[in-house]
Design a protein around this ligand. Structure first.
Ligand SMILES: *Cc1c(COP(=O)(O)O)cnc(C)c1O
Length: 364
């Protein structure tokens, strides 16, 4: 028995978020020992977390009978040092940046408001927007995956509240050009959300625009370069006027005590961050140079591979059969059926990935 009439109408059209496959799922399906499965489907940091972050988390484990500070102010102070922005511009968020997105939608959207989403991109924007009553307006990227700024501006209406831009974009790895971003910021009456989940791996951060525009919000996360995906920690950089409104509706205590202290320690571990960045840069160059298909330039810790004329589904399965998890992009709107996203692994893992794509190319 079920009671679908109890579910609010907006939810009916939402396609469920499709996560990358887990090690356990693939190990049991194909008969591998879990330790031998290579997980490169979710853009996690293959170096593991900073030991400083682990130690700090363990040190504070005894304090978990006490609520954290409501606004995670110790962590916000540390983010202020890391970004060079005042605390008035910073909101820490849990669970992850996804929590920030959801809170922003709750803050901004009334039923029927519109959000603009260039595709293909991260699918949670559409889910968070629809769940809060927004109507998503999808605009395809240009063929080279640059932004079609004219199409985005033409998609704008009286009801546009937010334009989502992902830079570097997941799954294409391409940065948004600052000139394009400025044109959109100046043209729109809405807010522009710039998702910088992968920004540490690139040279394109736009946090300085907070000094010039009052309608930009930047989303950041500890899940990728800082290697804390399992802790669910993110933050937003936004104008002070917006932070004041945001704090009215943010779930109180949404960041756990271990996450607050792991985040502070991770920000202070410049060596681990540098290692993570170098691993991504060297690895993505190696993958681009050696995978025998078209590989797009990437500013992130993953590369996008176009396996046409083969189908992404077939190639993904051929890698899974070798114990390598990569992401078939078919579930991304407007990504077609020949794209595969591969997280950069360790040098040893990358070699196995290349060998597996070489085998797959023999299917041609
Ligand atoms: C991974 C990812 C996020 C989610 O970050 P969390 O902090 O783990 O919720 C947000 N945006 C993009 C583009 C991502 O790839």
């Amino acid at each position: 028995m079920s009671r679908p009439e109890l579910i609010k109408e907006e939810i009916a059209g939402i396609a469920e978020y499709v996560p990358g496959k887990s090690i356990e799922e693939i190990a049991s399906k194909y008969g591998f020992h879990p330790a031998s499965v290579i997980k490169l489907g979710s853009n996690e940091n293959v170096l593991g977390p900073s030991t400083k972050a682990i130690e700090s988390m363990v040190d504070h484990a005894k304090d978990v009978n006490i609520y954290p500070s409501a606004d995670a102010s110790e962590l916000v102070d540390a983010i202020s040092v890391y970004t060079g922005l005042p605390v008035e511009n910073i909101c820490a968020s849990g669970p992850g940046m996804d929590g920030l997105l959801d809170n922003l939608m709750r803050l901004l959207i009334s039923a029927g408001d519109e959000v603009i989403i260039p595709t293909p991109t991260f699918s949670y924007y559409g889910i968070a927007a629809c769940a809060n009553g927004a109507v998503p307006v999808y605009v395809e990227l240009n063929e080279d995956y640059s932004l079609d700024t004219d199409a985005i501006m033409n998609a704008e209406s009286d009801r546009t509240k937010v334009i989502f831009l992902c830079s570097p974009n997941n799954p294409t790895g391409r940065l948004v050009e600052e000139a394009d971003l400025r044109s959109i910021l100046e043209h729109t009456r809405g807010l522009v959300f710039v998702d910088e989940a992968y920004i540490e791996f690139s040279d394109g951060n736009v946090a300085h625009l907070l000094n010039e525009y009052d309608n930009i919000i930047i989303g950041r996360t500890f899940s990728k370069a800082f290697a804390l995906a399992g802790l669910r920690l993110g933050y937003g950089l936004m104008p002070a006027w917006l932070k004041a409104e945001y704090m009215k509706i943010a779930t109180p205590f949404n960041i756990s005590v271990p996450a607050v202290f792991a985040g502070i320690a991770a920000l202070s571990d410049a060596d681990h961050l540098k290692k993570s960045i170098n691993c991504a840069i060297e690895g993505r160059d190696y993958l681009k140079g050696n995978i025998p298909f078209k590989v797009y330039d990437s500013q992130a810790n993953f590369v996008l591979v176009d396996v046409s004329p083969l189908r992404s589904k077939d190639v993904t399965v051929s890698l899974l059969e070798k114990g390598i998890i990569v992401r078939d992009c078919k579930s991304f709107r407007d990504a077609g059926d020949s794209l595969i996203r591969v997280t950069v692994g360790t040098a040893e893992q990358n070699k196995k990935v290349v060998a597996a794509f070489e085998d797959a190319s023999k299917l041609l």
